[in-house]
Design a protein. Structure first.
Length: 88
């Protein structure tokens, strides 16, 4: 399983390749989709970390960190479609 840092590095590489503008349309779209998936994965991991920090702060530093259970948002594919529409 890739770490957050690995995913972020991969996302940065995707953005760099897209910014160069040297890819075909099909390859650009495929790479954009990969970038959206990486972005969503990083965002979810950041939200989990933020939740854990919030729990720690709320317990006034008693040293207990609990995982925050986030509701399942459904199919990742739907999230990707929403993200693509938002960017369009």
């Amino acid at each position: 399983m890739a770490t957050f840092e690995d995913k972020l590095t991969a996302l940065e590489a995707v953005v760099e390749r897209l910014e160069r503008g040297e890819l075909s349309l099909d390859e650009s779209v495929r790479l954009f989709e990969e970038g959206v998936q990486l972005s969503n994965s990083c965002k979810a991991e950041l939200e989990r970390a933020e939740g854990r920090v919030q729990v720690l702060v709320e317990t006034r530093g008693n040293g207990k960190v609990e995982d925050l259970e986030l509701p399942d948002t459904g199919d990742d594919e739907e999230e990707d479609d929403d993200e693509i529409e938002d960017l369009g």
